[in-house]
Design a protein around this ligand. Structure first.
Ligand code: CMP
Length: 488
């Protein structure tokens, strides 16, 4: 079949076609002269006989040239029908087997027509049908090939799968993406990037599991929790975490359900529908990852297959070496908390909640209400706004930077999305804790109002670059004071 993958093959094809057309036209145009020329060149022939043999040579030449022309014509037609028209209509390439059958049938018909034009007296059909021995020999020699061929035809007629579908075949469970369906075999590219060829005749006998490309295929991922964790909370948390993962179809909400009340914990399964099934390995992994992070944030626990008794004694402020110490250290390094005394910082650290997010997870969503602010403890996040429906990053925040203060201090909805760029741990500080801090440090409000004003201007400049740079920190200052009931 022609598949003009490059310009070169198209040029080559055009040159070959033009040469054959020219040669055929010349033979037809100068046929009488050629006959005469051949007669003179055939030594020792009787005039009558040489006439016949010269004609025979010319006829063979005509047959060959016209057959080559027919072949080139069929190739061009094949490319036109299957390469372009079929692809445009169905969006994928036609199976090689169908293309080959089309070419053979079309070429055979053309060859019969050409042959009967050049040799009107010869019955080519009878020549083949009466040759029983020829048929038997051919049949025996091509037993396997023909088996594969007819199995291939029956698979095509059935259309159980297409190029691009994910398929699992037979007892050995060969699984991969169908790359090609040929005369002989189905070519599968496995998920380890190996190529497996499965004979059409074996495929026709074996059980096949097909996950069609145009179908919403589902996946199951399993996990378990401790008996102390509430199923209603677990189901809600996991469903929300999985729903947002890449390649999980938004068309059907994931289903989370209990499979078993097992020895070491409650066993769950999450069923989700996938957009591109060929990427199911990555998506399963991402779903498991999202479950882990969601568990961490929601305080849920995976069950261990063990009966060991765990006694865990935790103290947030465990001293300078523990996690509590690290939180105190982190908060005292945040510039807006610099004026706080050691006790005040320790109190703030005590009330801070730590959350961990996976790369790509949304920490804060624009438009949501919010009554807490966050400090980046470990990792990196970006501040995103939506511009013409596309996310636009306006800032990147690192360890020690804070965000979420605008909604906390003004009571307005969140102004931007905050998305984790890598695995990120954040410390959440709530309204009550900040209120206490403000009561003992009223000056803090002022420095915060400057930062909020600056960030607001940054956002406004992105949305409308012509907006004037006005210092609105005075307005923000009074609105924070009002919101937190600070009288001055
Ligand atoms: P908030 O509106 O509560 O939620 C989104 C947060 O993004 C916002 O608070 C700020 O903390 C942060 N933010 C918005 N704009 C910027 C900016 N230009 N630079 C840094 N952070 C910003």
């Amino acid at each position: 079949m022609i598949r003009p993958r490059s310009k070169n093959s198209l040029i080559l094809f055009t040159v070959a076609a033009a040469s054959v057309v020219l040669a055929t036209a010349l033979v037809f145009q100068f046929e009488p002269r050629l006959v005469k020329f051949l007669e003179t060149r055939m030594p020792g022939s009787v005039p009558g006989d040489s006439m016949i043999s010269a004609m025979a040579v010319i006829n063979i030449l005509k047959l060959v040239l016209l057959a080559v022309l027919a072949y080139l014509f069929v190739r061009a037609l094949n490319s036109l029908i299957f390469g372009l028209a079929f692809r445009f209509r169905s969006g994928f390439e036609a199976p090689t087997l169908v293309r080959n059958i089309f070419s053979i049938v079309a070429f055979t018909i053309l060859f019969f027509l050409i042959f009967s034009r050049i040799y009107p007296g010869v019955n080519l059909g009878a020549l083949f049908t009466t040759s029983a021995i020829f048929g038997v020999i051919l049949g025996l020699a091509l037993q396997d090939t023909l088996g594969n061929f007819f199995a291939g035809i029956s698979l095509q007629a059935d259309r159980p799968f297409q190029v691009g579908d994910v398929i699992t075949v037979g007892a050995q469970k060969h699984s991969g993406i169908i790359e090609e369906i040929t005369w002989r075999a189905i070519k599968i590219r496995t998920f380890q990037n190996h190529v497996v060829l499965i004979n059409n005749s074996s495929a026709a006998k074996e059980p096949l599991e097909v996950c069609p490309r145009e179908n919403l295929n589902a996946r199951l991922v399993f996990f378990n929790t401790l008996y102390t964790d509430s199923p209603a909370k677990t189901i809600h948390v996991v469903r929300e975490a999985v729903r947002e993962a890449d390649n999980v179809s938004p068309k059907i909400s994931p289903i989370v359900r209990i499979r078993n009340l097992a020895d070491s914990g409650v066993e769950y399964e999450v069923k989700y529908w996938i957009d591109d099934y060929a990427k199911f390995n990555d998506t399963d992994a991402l779903v498991r990852q999202r479950i882990w992070y969601a568990f961490r944030r929601a305080g849920l626990n995976f069950a261990y297959p063990t009966r060991t008794l765990h006694v865990e004694r935790k103290s947030r402020i465990a001293g300078p070496d523990g996690a509590g110490g690290a939180i105190v250290e982190r908060l005292s390094a945040v510039d807006i908390f610099a004026p706080l005394s050691a006790d005040e910082t320790a109190m703030l650290a005590q009330s801070a909640m730590s959350h961990i997010f996976a790369p790509g997870e949304t920490v804060i969503r624009a438009g949501d209400p919010g009554s807490s602010m966050f400090v980046v403890h470990k990792g990196r996040v970006c501040v995103q706004i939506s511009e013409n429906g596309r996310p636009l990053t306006v800032a990147t925040l690192n360890n020690g930077d804070f965000f979420g203060e605008m909604a906390l201090f003004t009571g307005e909805p969140r102004t931007a999305n905050i998305v984790a760029l890598e695995e990120t741990e954040v410390l959440e500080i709530g309204h009550e804790a900040m209120k206490q801090v403000f009561q003992t440090n009223p000056d803090l409000v002022e420095s915060l109002s400057h930062i909020i004003a600056e960030r607001r201007q940054g956002l406004a400049a992105r949305v409308d670059s012509s907006s004037p740079q006005i210092d609105e920190s005075a307005g923000i200052l009074s609105s924070i004071r009002r919101f937190f009931g600070i009288i001055r």
